[in-house]
Ligand binder design. Structure first.
Ligand code: 13P
Length: 335
């Protein structure tokens, strides 16, 4: 078994998933503004350190995606953040894209940047202890979008990024996120997501990326948030599996979904159903940001000294999702 595939399997073993704590400083500031906590480097670290030292880091969280600021920070006890995460039995990872920018040629769409100088930055992150990385491409659904240009150019960037990451002996998370915002139907989400994922794999194969050594981070198949035609959770699960079965090569072992604006319970319930109906060999787990942190952040904001209480809220969410990744979750566990 390859070294990279070992990392994938270790991160996603026994229903474990990924904590996406890689909000850029701008995004984290918005999240902290929402709960009325000043966004200082100390407060950003304090919330994250609270989560990274919770007991679910050992039982449920196989990997944590960090932002550049956090991977270079130290705890109050002078422990480097990647060391703290490793000591809990989890793997440190790092977001390496530099954000989604206006796509020249189709200015209402986005292209993710960050390839220039990436090889050198990867070496630095590897030395800091990173075992895996993340790059996110974003696509909106409207009548004319995503355009061929956005599908092609984001796939190309994701593949070039992945090849560089594997060259540096880390696992790339490949995240093509078809956004939930819009009036589109689930059928349109299914069609566009399939097209986007297929193009990504065409490029990954062209760039000779080892598919056993990646983690695909897709969206679930949902109707748009402004659609009048919502579908049931059972339908979400079945369509999501069908989409992945038809567009992801069988060499891929690890898939970890993003939550993308779903509520905490919705993201857990859908993951549980996906695993209930999963008739593929793919491991289907989670790589959640908001759906793992929302309640914990709200609790923490009321009293940032209450580390134990905040960890309890976070541990519960992590446990629920790890059960869902094994289709062992049920609603009564939430009360
Ligand atoms: P959400 O689960 O909040 O969508 O965040 C996941 C992520 O990493 C988005 O890039």
């Amino acid at each position: 078994m390859s070294e990279l595939n070992n990392i994938v399997l270790k991160i996603l073993e026994k229903g474990k998933g990924i904590l996406a704590a890689d909000e850029s400083t701008g995004t984290m500031t918005q999240r902290l503004d929402d709960v009325k906590v000043p966004s200082s480097p100390e407060n950003r670290l304090s919330f994250r350190e609270t989560l990274f030292s919770a007991s679910s880091m050992t039982d449920c969280i196989g990997g944590v995606i960090l932002y550049d600021e956090t991977i270079k920070q130290e705890t109050s006890k002078k422990i480097k953040i990647p060391e703290l995460i490793s000591s809990m039995g989890s793997a440190p990872g790092i977001k390496v894209d530099t954000g989604a920018k206006v796509l020249a040629g189709s200015p209402d769409e986005k292209i993710t940047e960050g390839l220039d100088g990436l090889r050198e930055r990867l070496k630095e992150y590897y030395k800091l202890g990173a075992k895996f990385t993340k790059w996110r491409g974003v696509y909106t659904i409207t009548k004319n979008f995503p355009s061929k240009l956005s599908i092609q150019s984001n796939a190309h960037a994701l593949a070039r990024y992945s090849a560089l990451v594997q060259e540096c002996r880390m696992v790339p998370i490949v995240e093509p996120e078809v956004l939930m915002e819009g009036e589109h139907s689930a059928k349109e989400c299914y069609e566009k997501t399939s097209e986007v994922i297929k193009k990504c794999f065409e490029e990954l194969i062209l760039h000779k990326v080892d598919l056993k050594g990646i983690i695909l981070k897709p969206n679930m198949i949902l109707a748009g948030n402004k659609s009048d035609n919502k579908i049931t959770n059972e339908e979400v699960a079945k369509l999501t599996i069908k989409c992945l079965k038809n567009s992801v090569p069988s060499e891929v072992t690890g898939i970890a979904f993003l939550s993308g604006g779903q509520s905490e319970i919705e993201a857990t319930e859908n993951l549980n159903l996906i695993n209930k109906y999963n008739d593929t060999d793919f491991i289907m787990s989670y790589s959640y940001g908001r759906a793992l942190q929302q309640s914990a952040l709200k609790f923490w904001s009321k009293n940032i000294e209450d580390i134990e209480g905040t960890q309890k809220v976070f541990n519960h969410r992590a446990k629920m999702n790890t059960l869902a990744a094994q289709s062992k979750w049920f609603k009564d566990l939430e009360v």
